[in-house]
Design a protein around this ligand. Structure first.
Ligand code: SF4
Length: 451
């Protein structure tokens, strides 16, 4: 076994992805819509907002999918859902103490491409009625290229969308067949061309490694194909095989899944191609061209992480709309009910559809600052964080001790109170973050592989 493979095998642990801290499995059902309403009422209208909209519908199931979505063949359930979403926008706007300005808007799913163009425009109109949208706001949409028509791209452009993430995973036909997502390169290329023709220049590609039948050679070819489309950002996600949480993943042939050492080799191979074409590695799993705001934010130490991954979004208030959507407020996290019926019933009764959440205490904020810094900047100065949070500088002696094996393997360096994730350690950064996770041992949650 070569050195990276040996490390991958040694650290084949399952840890969270840290898109929040505390992570979602530790949210409590005790947090309800009444408390959320209070939190909203306490916000300052000067605070910029980030808005997330979850569209939980697709027309076929990709077997690797980790999202909350439903397969529908008819449009009526989507229309019904949109009606509820419109009402939710009204309820939130009423709960806020004034008119707020949104700076980042993101539509994910599921597939926002399941919406008809006219409904898409109607939704953006409703948002403009409820919120001011900053002139330089980022309006980002995840699209499934299989469902994307030129008419739809026209509607996105008319609505002011200025960033699109195209779901790709891999271009290889064998891999696509093994995950039930047939999507030739030409389909993706056509959508990328339409987007640019209609003035949407900021393109992200979402790629994956660790899928069934992927090999280093196939992943290398995937990355080489991807760069020919010149996306300004690439997300390179490791497939998270969690069939105990996502039962459709049981359709994946486990014998075709790459092992942990192969997964790391695939990640490194794809990263090599991207970096060789001028992309900068950002955090755990993103890459961006130097002029892209994500690369600039990373260089300036201003990279942030939220439920969509790495972002330039500096807003402290993220409001989630739609079934299962998660929001982040200065007071804590909240998550909407996932079952569509529960979500719809709550809103029909004029209530916020909150199902769970967590109020942050001082300890959570302290540890979140450390974990965010590790995940975004790949380093943290514990003295600086402790000082900012008013706690003793030697507070994390036990955690520093627990980092020693990672340091001995060259994955992190520890100089006094400064922890830095090395280049070799980048794929293992979740392990360093997990050392500071006070909840990790307390739940029954089972997570995906660290690499
Ligand atoms: S299109 Fe996206 S959300 Fe829908 S099933 Fe496939 S991966 Fe999941």
């Amino acid at each position: 076994m070569n050195a990276p493979a040996a490390l991958a095998a040694k650290y084949d642990l399952r840890v969270p992805r840290y898109t929040s801290y505390p992570t979602a499995p530790h949210f409590s059902a005790a947090l309800d819509g009444r408390l959320y309403r209070t939190w909203l009422s306490e916000l300052d209208p000067q605070q910029p907002l980030s808005l997330y909209f979850h569209i939980p519908f697709c027309d076929s199931m990709c077997w690797f999918c980790g999202c909350y979505t439903k397969i529908v063949q008819q449009y009526q359930p989507i229309l019904d859902y949109l009606e509820t979403l419109h009402r939710e926008i009204g309820l939130i706007a009423q709960a806020l103490p004034g008119r707020f300005t949104a700076r980042h808007l993101h539509w994910g799913g599921g597939s926002p491409t399941m919406l008809k163009a006219e409904d898409w425009l109607r939704l953006v109109e409703a948002l403009r009625a409820a919120f001011d949208i900053a002139a330089d706001a980022e309006l980002a949409v995840e699209v499934d290229p299989r469902d994307t028509t030129e008419e739809y791209v026209t509607a996105l452009a008319a609505a002011g969308v200025n960033r699109v993430s195209i779901g790709v995973q891999d271009f290889d036909a064998t891999v696509q067949a093994a995950v039930n997502r047939l999507q030739p390169f030409a389909t993706v290329e056509r959508v990328a061309n339409w987007l640019r023709q209609h003035g949407i220049w900021r393109l992200n590609l979402d790629l994956m490694y660790g899928l069934p039948h992927q090999t280093v050679a196939r992943v290398t070819a995937m990355a080489e194909h991807a760069v020919t489309l010149a996306p300004s950002r690439v997300a390179l996600f490791g497939y998270a095989h969690v069939p105990w949480m996502k039962s459709h993943q049981k359709l994946i042939d486990e014998s075709a899944l790459p092992g942990v050492d192969e997964r790391l080799a695939q990640y490194l191979a794809a990263a090599d191609v991207l970096i060789g074409h001028g992309y900068r590695a950002i955090g755990l799993d993103h890459f961006a061209l130097p002029g892209d705001p994500l690369a600039e934010a990373a260089a300036a130490g201003q990279l942030r992480r939220n439920f969509q991954g790495y972002t330039t979004d500096g807003a402290d208030v993220l409001i989630g709309f739609g079934a299962s959507a998660i929001g982040s407020l200065p007071q804590g996290y909240i998550q909407n009910a996932a079952p569509l019926k529960t979500y719809r019933t709550a809103i029909a009764e004029g209530m916020l559809p909150t199902a769970r959440g967590i109020a942050l205490d001082a300890e959570d904020r302290l540890r979140r600052a450390i974990i965010d810094s590790l995940m975004c900047a790949l380093s943290v100065d514990l003295d600086v964080v402790c000082r900012a949070h008013g706690v003793a500088a030697d507070r994390f002696a036990a955690e520093l001790e627990r980092l020693q094996p990672l340091a001995a393997d060259g994955l992190v360096t520890i100089a006094g109170a400064r922890i830095t994730v090395t280049d070799e350690g980048r794929p293992f950064v979740r392990l360093a973050a997990a050392v500071f996770d006070a909840y990790l041992e307390t739940g029954a949650a089972r997570h995906s592989r660290a690499v």
